[in-house]
Design a protein around this ligand. Sequence first.
Ligand SMILES: [Zn+2]
Length: 893
Amino acid sequence: MDASRALTGLCALLLAVGAGAGPASAAPGDPAPANPAPAQAAPANPAPAQAALADPALADPALADPALADPAPADPAPGSSTTREFGNGPERHEVAATAPEIRGSAATPLSATPDQRWTPKRQGYPRQTDLRVYPQDPTDKSIKLGLVPYHEIAPRLNALQDASDRVSAEVVGHSALGRDLYLVTVTAPESAAEAARQDRWRALIEDDPRAAARDRALHRGYKTPVWINANIHGDEWEGTDGALRVIERLATATDRATASLLRRTRFYVTVTNNPDGRIAGTRVNGAGFDINRDHATSSQPESRAVRDVVIGTQPLVMLDEHGYTGATLIEPATPPHGQNYEYDLYIKHALPNALGMEAAVKQLGLPGTESVDIPFRDYAPGDWDDWPPIFTPMYAIYQGAVGHTVEIPWQVNRGVYASLPVEELRRRSAVNTAVATATIEAALTYADTHRASLLAGQIEQFRRGWAGAPSPRIPDGFVPGFGPEDRYSTEFPRAYVIPVGAGQRSAPAAARLVDHLVAHDVRVTKARRAFSLNGRRYPAGSYLVDMHQPKRGLANVLLEAGRDISALVPQMYDISGWSHRLLWGASVDISRTAAPRVSTTPVKAASAVGSVTAGKRRDLALQLRDPADVRATNALLDLGIKLRHTDAGTVVVPAAARPEAAALARRFGVRFSAAPRGSAGTPFSRPVLAAAVAADELFALREMGFEVRPVSTALLNAGADLSGVDTLVVSSGLSYAQLTPTGKASVDDLLSRGGVVTRGATGAAFNAAAGLLPATAVPGRGDANGVVAVTNTGAVIGLDALPHAFVYSPIWFAGSGFTVEQRYAADPLVAGHWLPTGPGVGGPDQAAGQASVVSGRTARGGRAVLFGTEPLFRAHPKGLYAEFARALYWSAG
Ligand SMILES: [Zn+2]
C-alpha cells in the first residue's frame, strides 16, 4: 500500500467533482492534506464524467499527458502524502500493457498449483544452498539509490552462509520473469531431530490445538517463527536492505543475548518478493501484476511462493515492508476489519507490536522519523482497512500470523527517482533503510518477549476453527481505541459442498476451486458415497469443505458471498468484494447448520475430471463456461480442426477429432459430450486479437490461449500493423481521438471488416469516438467495486452465463439500436462498496435494471460488444472469462 489518510478526503472530493456532484467531506479526524496538488491525484480517478464518456474530445487528453499520468510526480516530504493506489492505479485504464516477455506465457497454467510447491526441507539447520549468481546488471534501479541491486543479493547470502552456521538460504520460487525468490532463515543450528521436532510441534498446533495447548515441552521448546516479506512492490526497495542488515547482524553478533534469541526463534525473510520490479523500478512484477493484490487469486508465481512460505513456516508475527507514505505507517488498520478474522487474538498483539515499532522508529532521531501513523489509532474508518484478503499481512492473519503492513517514509520512486539529485535520494534511502531495520528489530523483540501469549493465540485461533466456536464478541476498550466501529464478525456456515456430476455447472471450474483451496491449506474432503444434505442428494465424489477446521476463516473469506459494506464506511482502500463461490464458475452449495453425514477422504488434488462421453461416431459438443473450455477450443482450432458453434456457448467438434478432444480433455479437465444429431452451426476460427488492454487482461486473454498482439495509441500511431487481426479489444491506452492519420487508417480498416470488444470507460469512449454502437455510457461512482447480480438476456453472452459479475468503476449503457446482453439486477450490489456519486447519481439504484453488456452491428460494418463490468479483473473472476471469450468469437465472425 502506498497512500496516506491525507489523500483520502481529497480523493473523495475529486471523485465527486469528477462526476459533477458536490464535494464529499473529508473523513472525520482527517487532517488537511499537507501537499494537495490536484494534478497529482487527478489521474487516480479513472471514471471520467458522463459527458467525457460520450464526448471523445473530452475523453482523455489530460490523462494522456505523461506528466499527469505519473501517479506521484510531486515530492512528498515526510508528513505529506502520496497518491492512493486507486484500482491498481490509473495505468489500468490509461496505459496499455505492451507485451512483456513472460516466461512460460504460452503455457500459462490454468490450475491453481502449476509450480512445484515449496515446502520446508526435512533436515536440520543450517540447510544451506549455494545460490546461483546472476550477472551484474548496471541498469538495476536500486543502484542509483545506493541500495543492494538484485544481482548482489545471492553473493551476499552465499558469503553469509559461508561465514555463519546461523544462516540458511534457499530458493522458494521464481518471479514472472524467472528470477530466483530467496528465503533466508536465521536460527541457531538444529540437529535433524530437533528440526523434525519443531515440524511436529508446528503440525500439532494446527492439527490438534488442544493437545498443543497442553504440551509443556512444546511451550518450552517451540522456536518462535517470525517472517519478514520485503519489496513486494518492486519500487519500494528498502525493506530488502533493512532485512539484510538484520540478517547480517544476527549472523555475526557475538553477544549472548543474540545467541539466546536465535535458540528461541526462527527468523524467516523473503528477501525480495519482486525481483522483476526491484530491478525495473516498478511496483508490479514482470507480468504487470500488483502481487500485493493477488493473495486470494494466486495468479502470479510471487504470490504463490509467499503463500507456500507462510503455510510452511506458520509465523506468529509477520511484517510486509512497503513505502512511501510521508510519515512511517504501521498497521493495525482501520475498519472495516475482515469479518472472518479472530480479531481479538489479532488486535491484542497487533496494536502493542505496532507501538513497539513506533517507539523504535522515533528513537532513530532521523529526519522524517519524528512521527508514526498507526491507522487503527490515527485514521478514520475506511481510510486504510484490512477487509480484503488480497494483501500479504491480511492473508497471513488467516494463516495464523499477527500481520502488519509497514510503510517507510521517504519517497524515492516514480517522479522523484528521476528528478531528485542522487545525494538526496541516497539520504532518503538511508533513512528508509534505518526505519525498515528498526521495525524488523522491534518486531523480533516483541515476538520474543511475548512468545508465550502469541503462541497461545495461534493455538486458540486454530482451536476455535476445529471446535466451530463462535468468534467472541469483543468489548469496547478491549485494546485502547476499540469501539463499535471496529466490531465485525460473521456466522460461519457448517459446510460448503462442491458437487460433482449432474449438479455441477462446470467440471474444470470445480477442480480449479478445489485445487485452489487445497493449495491454500484449506481442508477439503471427498465423499466416499452418495449422501443427502438439506434435502439435496449429492453423488459420491462430491467435495466437502467442513468448516470445523483450523483455517475456517480463510475458507470462508474465499467462499462466502461477502457483504455490502457501502453504508458502513465512506470509502475503501481497494476492492471490497470478491467471491470464489460466485465468480469462479463452480457450483458451491452452503449448509448453514447441518453437518454432512458421510465418510470422506482428504483431498490433495482434485481428480482429473476431463471426459469424452459420446458414441464413437458422434460429433462432440463443448460448452464454453470456463477458461479451460476456451483454452481447449483454441487448442483444437490451432490444430486446424474445423469447429462450429451452434449458439454462443456451444462448440461442435467433428467426430473425426475425437482423439485430439480426448487428449485435451485429459490436459485441461474439460468435458466433451455428444452433440445433438444433425447439429449445423456456424464455422469459426481462432480470432487474432489486437488488444489495448491492462496487464491483467492481457494475461487472462493469453491464459485462454488467444493470440494477442498488444497495441496502444502510441504503437498504432507509430505504424503498428493490424493486418490479419480479426478483433480489436479496447480497455486501456487507446484513444480514437488521439490517433494520427496513420493510426486511424489502420484502425478504420479493421473496423470496416473486423470486430471490437471493449471494457470500461476507455472502451466506451473508444466506441463513441469511433461511432460504433449508439450506446451512451453512464458511469457509476469511480471507486465503486464488488460482486453484482446480473440478468443475462442476449445471445452473444448467452443465457447460461453466470448470474453474477464483478465491477470496478461500473458503467452502464443507455440508448437504443443495440442488443442488451446483460443487465444489472434490480438490487445489483451483492458484496462490496458502491455509493452514489451524488444524490440520485452513479449509485447501484441508478444502475438497477440497466444494460451492463451490449452488442450489435456497428455503423462501420463490423460487430461490437461493450462491457460495463470487469470480467477479467486481476485474473480473478475465472467464471466470467468465458463471457468475454464468447464475445471475442462472435465479434470476429
Ligand atoms: Zn507498497
